[in-house]
Design a protein around this ligand. Structure first.
Ligand code: AMP
Length: 114
């Protein structure tokens, strides 16, 4: 059987995490190494590797994640300004190969990103 991803272990409560939000399709947790005063990871429960691993059968999950963002930022009081980021592939900084959206807030962000 395929080994569980880190985030599947968190979803299955095998590894502890600070859970901000959870429903049947996704979970949102505090990042263990925050890059801003608020740094949340929004993760589909389905272990999709990254955006290259999605197809039309994932439409509900992907739209659910993006539509959920405004609720998460509201819970965290960062609705006014926040940045979302997906590191897609090793060359883009992806370390956990289970799709996740970084949601960052609470400080000023620069553009272009590093
Ligand atoms: P990425 O580099 O885009 O794959 O992001 C992986 C993120 O997972 C990083 O920001 C890590 O700090 C975060 N992370 C790693 N382990 C944990 C954990 N046990 N709980 C919460 N966040 C974690």
């Amino acid at each position: 059987m395929k080994e569980k991803t880190l985030f599947e272990k968190i979803i299955d409560r095998e590894i502890p995490a600070e859970i901000i939000y959870e429903d049947n399709l996704c979970i949102a947790i505090n990042d263990i190494n925050p890059q801003a005063p608020t740094h949340i990871l929004l993760i589909p429960k389905k272990p999709i590797i990254n955006l290259n691993d999605c197809d039309a059968s994932d439409s509900e999950i992907i739209s659910h994640l993006f539509l959920k963002i405004k609720e998460i930022v509201s819970i965290c009081n960062i609705s006014e300004a926040f940045r979302i980021n997906i590191n897609n592939g090793e060359g883009a900084g992806q370390e956990v190969f289970h799709l996740h959206i970084h949601i960052l807030g609470g400080r000023k962000f620069n553009w272009p990103p590093g």
